[in-house]
Structure formats: structure tokens, C-alpha cells
Design a protein around this ligand. Structure first.
Ligand SMILES: [Zn+2]
Length: 246
């Protein structure tokens, strides 16, 4: 079964054709949601990548408004660069080196130029998720996950080693993580229209400002599974990203 719909677009610099993919709408509800707002389906992020490096010429460009005629669903009669050649800048995530490489990509983009607030928010949000990827799914290190039969011993063991190493790398990069979140918070508070769901209280929680996170969550009218979980983690003084549903 095909899980994705393909679309095609051209690099504005060299006119090379690139293939993009969108998760089929009916599958979005089967995705996994994390407290930082990242949504994964089948290990693929469901948020569209808006900033690209062309795999043919290296030109960096944005796809702001993905509509025709810039994007077509018809396969062009030309050579097409596959999704994997440009998705997340061609990085492989089978180990922590790939995860660090993605962080460095975003840091370089942010250093290289000045962006509109909307675009800077986009880059900093993805940088935040990239830092969190170093220790996302930390719960998988527990023996429970092996005993539940979700994975074989070999898979569990090597996955565990990668997450524990990732946690060390996360702590080593904590200053960069905090600086990014502080700047993202300033931008989001200035541009509330760009905020997604509960990301502001979540940023406070991940910055270990648990009282502020709790205060913002208490101001929300209704309680959901998500807000209850966030309150629970704030009460435990746990700042790590966690899985909300999936
Ligand atoms: Zn190009």
C-alpha cells in the first residue's frame, strides 16, 4: 500500500526536478505525537520541509506556498531527484552522527543569514526537534520495552546504546539547546499567530521553568490527555521530551 502521495517541483536556480512526498491524509491519525509537537509516522516526520538545499546545484530555497504551478502532482518527463536525495539534506539517521549533522545544518543556516520571523521560527522549531531527537524515545531504554516483546534483544540493545549515547550528546549540547529555545520563545511570544498548540508551555518545561509551564497550563480552559501529561512531567521536574500518543 502506498502511504505517500508524490508531488514534483523545480529548483528555482538550476531547474532540476525534485520529488516530494506527503503522507496520505487518512493516515495522519495513526501518527505518533511528541510533547515538542513533532509528529512521526513510520519514522517520517509529517510536517512538510520548507527549506531545501537543491541536490543538484546546492542552492538553498524555501517552499512557502506549495501550490500549483510551482508544484505539480504529475510526474515530469525528465530526470527527477528522489525524496531521499534532499529530505533533511540527504542525512541518514541510523546513528547519532546523522542527528548531530542535522543540528549543524540548522545552526549554519541560522548563522549564515537573517530571516523573516516566520522563517526563523520554522528553522528554530526544527532545530529544537533535532536536538530532542538525540534523546527522543528515552523510555525505550527500559527493560519493559524488551519484555513487552516490541523488539528483539539485538534491536533493543543497539537502540538502547544509541539513546544513552544520544542523551550524553544532548547534555553536551545543552547550552545550544537552551539558547535556541530562549530565542524561539521570544519570537513566538511576539508572533502568537505562529504558535502551534501547546509549544509555549512545553518550551518553558524543557527550559526547566516548571512553575511557568504549570501556570500557562492552568490558564487553559479544558484539560486534555496532553495537558495532563505535561502537568505530570512538570510536577516531576522532568524536562525531557516525551511521547504523548502513538
Ligand atoms: Zn538546483
Amino acid at each position: 500500500m502506498l502511504k505517500y502521495d508524490s508531488y514534483y517541483f523545480q529548483c528555482p536556480h538550476c531547474q532540476a526536478w525534485l520529488e516530494g512526498r506527503n503522507l496520505k491524509a487518512e493516515l495522519v491519525n495513526e501518527a505518533i505525537l511528541y510533547s515538542d509537537g513533532k509528529v512521526l509516522y513510520d519514522n517520517y516526520i509529517t510536517t512538510r520541509q520548507k527549506m531545501l538545499l537543491c541536490p543538484s546545484c546546492g542552492h538553498a530555497f524555501w517552499i512557502e506556498d506549495p501550490k500549483e504551478p510551482f508544484i505539480t502532482t504529475e510526474k515530469p518527463d525528465a530526470e527527477v531527484y528522489s525524496w531521499n536525495t534532499w529530505r533533511f539534506y540527504g542525512i541518514r539517521f541510523s546513528d547519532n552522527k546523522g542527528k548531530l549533522a542535522l543540528i549543524n545544518h540548522y545552526l549554519t543556516f541560522l548563522k549564515k543569514s537573517h530571516y523573516e520571523p516566520k522563517n526563523e521560527i520554522y528553522l528554530r522549531r526544527f532545530l529544537w526537534w533535532a536536538y530532542n531527537d538525540l534523546h527522543r524515545n528515552h523510555q525505550h531504554v527500559r527493560l519493559k520495552y524488551l519484555l513487552n516483546g516490541f523488539m528483539s534483544f539485538g534491536v533493543w540493545h543497539s537502540n538502547r546504546r544509541m539513546i544513552l549515547e544520544g542523551e550524553k550528546l544532548f547534555l553536551k549540547n545543552l547550552k545550544g539547546f537552551n539558547n535556541n529555545l530562549k530565542r524561539l520563545l521570544v519570537l513566538l511570544e511576539k508572533h502568537p499567530e505562529e504558535q502551534i498548540d501547546l509549544e509555549v508551555p512545553e518550551i518553558y518545561r524543557e527550559l526547566r521553568q516548571f512553575d511557568k509551564a504549570k501556570e500557562l497550563l492552568d490558564q487553559l480552559g479544558s484539560r486534555t490527555h496532553f495537558t495532563n501529561e505535561m502537568l505530570r512531567h512538570s510536577k516531576w521536574k522532568d524536562s525531557r521530551v516525551f511521547m504523548v500518543s502513538g
